[in-house]
Every structure is written in C-alpha cells, then in structure tokens.
Unconditional design. Structure first.
Length: 733
C-alpha cells in the first residue's frame, strides 16, 4: 500500500505543478482584479446599462421580466437577463473548474485546464501539455476579446478543448469517463450561450469523428463505431437539455431577430429571408493574407486604437502636424490609423462604427514545426472562412448550403479554430521529439521543416517590399483634402505617404521579432536532435519562449490600464443634468440620444437605457422588424419625423458645440396610444416600409395585408387608395 500511494503521488506531481502554474500565471496577469479593481469592458458596461431595467423589475417582483422597454422601443428582456427556477448544475461544475476565481483570471485558468485535459487525452507528456495549455489560453485573441467584454465568447473558447478531449476519451474506449465529461463540457459550453463558438466546436468534433470512423471501418470495427457515436450523441443531448430553458427560448426568439433574416429580403430584394444577408454576415472579414497575423502579429498594423509605434517616432504624426486643422479633426484624437487590414472595410450600410480591430493572434508555440501526425492543410479551410467577403465564391456557397452558417457574422472569428489546431499540432510535435529514441532519424524532417520556414519568411520578406500599405481610411481622407485643394491636398498626401512608411516599419519590426523567436526555438530543437541538450532544458527554453511571445503581445491589449477603481468605474453611470430633467417626466416617453452620433444612438447606444426608454440601443439579436425600421427609416433622421413621432420619441438629446447637453422637446410625439381615422394596407413588407415615408401616423395606420384579420374595427367601404375609413386604436407599447 505504501508503494502504491507513493506511485500515485509521483504520477500526480506533474498535474499538481501544472495546476499551480496555471493559477499563478492567471493571478499575476490579472493582479489588478485581485486588488479590488474593476476591468473596464465596453460591452459589459453596455450590458449593465441595458439590464438595469430588468434588475429594477426583479427587485420589485422577484424575477426578471420577459420584456423591456428600455431599448429599441421594446424587445424581449430574456435576451438580456434571465434566471431559471431549476438548479443550475453546470454552474456548480464551472466554479469547481475555475477554482471560483474572479474574472478575468477565471477565463484564462479555465482555458489552461481544458487544454491540459485535452493534452492528457492525447497522451501528451504533462510538461509538454503545460506549455501548450499556456500557449492556447494566452493566444492574443483571448486577451483582446476579454478587454472589450466578450466574456461569453472567451468562456466558450476556453471550453472548446474540454469538449474535444472528452469525445476523444469516448473514441479511445473510455466510455463511462468520456460520456460523463462530454455531457459536462457540452453543458458548460452551451450555457455560455455563444452559439457561434459552439457551432465551430461541432465542426471540429464532426471532423474528428469522421477521421476515427474511417479508421474503424478499415479495421472492421463497426460495433465500436456505433457505440461511440451513440454515446457522444446521447451525452451531447444531456448537455443540451441541461440548458433547455435558455437554449430553446433563444432558438424560438431567433426566428424574430436579425438572425432569422428580414421580411424585406423577399420579393425583388436579394438575400436570404431565413438568415443574415451576405453584407451583414461578411462584416469583420479579413483579407486573404490576413491570417498571417498568427505568425507576424503586426503585419497589418496591429490595432486601430492602440498604436504600435510611439508618437515621437511616427513619421505620420509629424506629417499630421502640418495638415490643416479641419483635416486633423477628421483623423481624430486617436491619431493615425495604423491598422490597414480588411476587418471593418466591408462594414455595410449607414450604421458603420469604428471598432477595435486587433491582430487576431500570435504563434501558438514558437517551436511549431509541422507535426507529421496532424496535416497543417486542415486549417486552410478555416482561413478561407475567415476571409468572408474577400473570398466570396467559397463563403457565399457556404452561406447558402452549410446548415445554420447564415445565422452568424464576423467570419474572422473562425480563426479560433486554427489557433486550437496549431496548439495541438505543436504539442504533438514536441511529444514526437521527446519520445523518439533515435533522434538522428528526426534530422531529415527537421531540415525540411527549416527549409519550409525559410520559404515562408522569404515570402513574407517579398510581401514586405510589395505591399502597398494602403486602406480605404486614408482614401476617404484624400477625397476630403481634394475637395479643399491647394495646401490641404499636398499636406494630406505627405501624411498618407508617411503613414504607409510607418505601417511598413511596424510590419518589418514584427517580422524580425517572429523570425528571432522561431530561430531561437529552431536552434534549441536542433541541439536536442544532435544530442547536445537535455530534454528538460529544451522544455524550459521552449516554454519560456512561448510565454515571452504571447505575453509581450497580450500586455499591449490587456494590462493594468484596463482596470479602474470601483468608484471611478461607477462614474460611467453618472446621470447628467439633462437626464435628470427628462426623468422628472412621469408619463410614457422615449428618447433619441444624439450626444455621440446617430449611428451610436441607433446601434451602439445601450448606455441611454440606464436612465431612459430609448428608440436605439445595442444588441446582437435585436428584433428583425425593428432592424428594418432602423435601416430604412430612423437612419434618415431628421427626415423621418413621422416614425419618430409614432415611436413616442418625446425627447431628443443633443450636445451643442460648447459641449453642453440639451434636451429638445418633441411636441408631435403621439404618446403610448392614440386613435387613427383610417387603415392603409401594404401587400408586401417592402410596401409597408415605403408607406412610412411621409405618412401621417396620427391619422393613418399602415398594416401588412396578411395581418388584416388582426385589425379590429367597424368595417366601412374602402377608399380609393386601398385603405379603410375607421376608428382604430394604435399603440406603441
């Protein structure tokens, strides 16, 4: 018994060390959170504002409402905040897996644990699994999305390896353990309610099962294949049913949201009526070469908001000082835009917003020689997905034929898949190096790997000299300067030339950095193959290079400056004098908040919902009928007065040139309910929408012909315009 216990402890030591390392790294990286500071996340801030109405309702009634009037003139509240009466079993396990750490440390710790579990399922050496787990958890994309508030996406990404590892256990005949863990991780992942990452995980699992099935069929092991597929499907169903309340309500409501398509897309308009149109689905597409940011982070300039070059060393900043004040105001306080990639260039429609476009990721491991066990070509398809609108024939076909693909946007998000696959390839490569007894047999493959890397960097060097480094951003600036003419045009051309030199410099510095890291890892591996370095030193150096690589980039996007003191954070919700003035009105009313801009108010203005009922807001699954109203009517403000009045927009908040907020009282707002004199019918949804142009909502109600049976009034002969004279009641609540 003594020896058995000693053996168990010996085998447990690497796992205990790994957990301690994951814990220490997460706590150190997220130290401000443990100093009682709050991570400032724009999306979380907006959620807190939009959810305030729901929490106030819960304080009074003991449960969240199913409807809220705080945004978009009213929308389902269960898409903002929802609590169930059932015991949340997945939540209990989530706390255990994260050691009940506070966010964002819990996110990174969970990602480490899940990838480490996957490595163990693949029979990877624990020390190699530790390195791979850190590389996956701290890949640059993860801190970036955490910094802006995409918490549920980060949680889903963290759980991806757990789902895959559990399925692998089932495939490797560990039925009971694999079944239990598949149900657990599936339940945890679906609980995040980030269906796009769940969808990508399903694709990986499907590919994994197809690969295993081919091997089973070759060995005529059909019984094991049938048992495995049954267990995986059954366990997945259990995980799904654990989240039935959230999942089924989301599925039901999705038919009426923007994810369900637009009624205006029928008839003469193009685009799917049961999903997102191409223009929306391909928002946030990357250029075809942009996935190279996974190798050279700043090949396309890095972020839009965080300059990768200091102002004193920037040629563009110096050139900007010679430009007219009117044009420098167009550039904005943030200064030159160094990012020149494709994300954001395809943003369609009038409600485009400047976003934080980061480098998607860095090398998962600097020692990533392609593994002979995993074909790197498998990630090419994901790169084509990420190109979205820049690889339109392929992605348009997927949008039409791949089930549920047209429900999601932001094609660049799919690069989380190759990030995971590259990490798996890297640990498999290191495992092959560690377990090969005759190291000399590895030298030919290693040499071919070096030649492949040399070819890749030769291609990158060619791109360095051949790239134009231009984007539509400075193209618009040149158009404005051309209209001004003279000195404005020449100084703007100088600025653009300097900006492109800065972008080339950023690319060059990032390229040299990547080359240095990979060269260092290659030297270490070469010395190991030549038996001139012990394995333990190889793992230490490779692990150190990995952490140095990802952390040096991560700290650009998520660092101590992202945190605020609690009192300072609460200042984001301070009610202004104008807000207080409006809040004295105890009657029903809505507001249009134009303090920032019209696009901010209508599509990114959830902060207004903290104090008022708004006709705008911010939500990824707003009602499709209201999205149509925004894109076809409200975006034309002030040339949409009838619709503004119909929505009972009693106050319009503006900011004058001096920076002072003012509230304009709209005397034509129609109130929550009123009588009309006639009803006009539209045979199609497009007819109904076009009828709102210049109509008189106080006199006429416009109804879709298919809904005529729902209109209650005393019928009288129809007038010559296809309407009916009547006394009908119209309500906006």
């Amino acid at each position: 018994m003594k020896y058995i216990i000693r053996d168990l402890l010996k085998r447990a030591v690497p796992h205990i060390v790994a957990i301690v390392v994951f814990l220490v790294v997460a706590v150190v990286y997220c130290k401000p959170a443990f100093d009682n500071k709050v991570l400032f996340q724009e999306d979380v801030l907006q959620w807190q504002a939009m959810a305030r109405n729901s929490f106030q309702y819960k304080e009074t009634h003991g449960h969240f409402p199913l409807w809220t009037n705080s945004m978009f003139s009213g929308m389902p509240a269960f898409q903002i905040a929802l609590d169930t009466q059932s015991v949340n079993i997945p939540e209990l396990f989530y706390g255990l897996l994260t050691f009940f750490l506070i966010k964002p440390a819990s996110f990174f710790f969970l990602a480490c644990i899940c990838f480490y579990f996957l490595a163990m399922a693949l029979r990877i050496n624990p020390w190699i699994g530790l390195i791979g787990a850190l590389a996956y958890a701290y890949a640059t994309y993860n801190p970036v999305i955490v910094s802006v508030g995409h918490d549920t996406k980060m949680q889903a990404i963290a759980l991806m390896p757990g789902v895959i590892g559990a399925v692998i256990l089932v495939c490797e005949r560990k039925y009971w353990t694999g079944m239990a863990l598949t149900a657990l991780f599936t339940g945890l992942m679906i609980q995040t309610n980030h269906m796009q990452i769940v969808y990508y995980t399903m694709i990986i699992v499907a590919g994994l099962l197809i690969g295993y099935s081919i091997r089973w069929l070759r060995h005529r092991d059909g019984w094991h294949m049938a048992r495995t597929l049954t267990i995986v499907i059954g366990a997945s169903v259990i995980g799904i049913l654990c989240n039935a309340v959230v999942l089924f309500t989301t599925f039901d409501s999705s038919k009426e949201t923007v994810r369900g398509g637009s009624e205006l897309s029928t008839g003469t308009n193009s685009g799917p009526s049961n999903g997102l149109s191409e223009s929306v689905a391909f928002d946030f597409s990357m250029y075809r070469l942009e996935p190279l940011v996974m190798l050279v982070p700043n090949i396309y300039g890095g972020s839009t908001d965080i300059p990768q070059i200091s102002a004193p060393n920037s040629a563009a900043v110096k050139a900007m000082q010679k430009m007219p004040a009117q044009l420098t105001a167009q550039i904005g306080e943030e200064g030159p835009r160094y990012y020149w990639g494709g994300v954001g260039e395809l943003m369609s429609g009038p409600l485009c917003r400047r976003h934080h476009y980061p480098a998607v990721g860095t090398r998962p491991l600097p020692a990533g020689q392609p593994s002979q066990m995993v074909d790197p070509r498998r990630s090419r398809g994901h790169h084509r997905h990420g190109s979205g609108g820049y690889f339109k024939p392929f992605n348009s076909w997927l949008l039409e034929w791949l089930p549920m693909y047209n429900k999601f946007r932001a094609p660049s998000m799919i690069l989380v898949v190759p990030t995971l696959l590259f990490c798996i390839m890297a640990v498999l490569t290191l495992q092959r190096l560690a377990e090969t007894e005759d190291r000399k047999t590895l030298w030919p493959r290693f040499r071919w790997g070096l030649l492949a890397i040399a070819g890749i960097f030769a291609g990158l060097a060619l791109l360095y000299f051949r790239f134009g480094y231009g984007s539509g951003w400075e193209g618009n600036l040149l158009q404005k300067a051309e209209a001004m003419g003279g000195r404005a045009l020449s100084s703007t051309k100088d600025f653009v030339a300097a900006l492109r030199l800065d972008r080339q410099r950023i690319f060059g510095e990032s390229l040299l950095r990547s080359l240095a890291l990979i060269a260092a890892a290659s030297v270490i591996i070469g010395l190991y193959i030549r038996s001139r370095m012990r394995p333990v030193y190889v793992m230490l150096v490779v692990g150190g290079l990995t952490i140095a690589d990802v952390m040096s980039v991560d700290l650009i996007y998520l660092n101590s400056s992202n945190y605020q003191e609690k009192n300072d954070y609460q200042q984001n919700f301070v009610v202004t004098d104008v807000d207080r003035q409006i809040m004295t009105d105890r009657d029903h009313y809505r507001v249009l908040d134009l303090r920032d801009s019209l696009s901010e108010a209508l599509s990114y203005g959830a902060m207004t919902a903290y104090s008022h009922n708004s006709i705008g807001g911010y939500h990824a699954a707003k009602l499709k009928i209201y999205e149509d109203l925004i894109n076809n009517q409200l975006v034309n403000y002030p040339r949409c007065g009838p619709v503004i009045d119909m929505l009972n927009t009693k106050y319009i908040i503006k900011r004058n040139p001096s920076g002072r907020d003012t509230a304009i009282y709209n005397r034509d707002a129609l109130g929550p309910v009123w009588f009309v004199h006639r009803v006009k019918y539209g045979s199609t949804a497009s007819d109904v929408m076009s009828s709102l142009n210049g109509f008189h909502p106080d006199y006429t109600a416009v109804v879709f012909a298919e809904d005529s049976c729902k209109v209650n009034y005393d019928a009288v002969p129809k007038d010559t315009e296809g309407g009916s004279n009547c006394s009908a009641t119209t309500t906006t609540t």
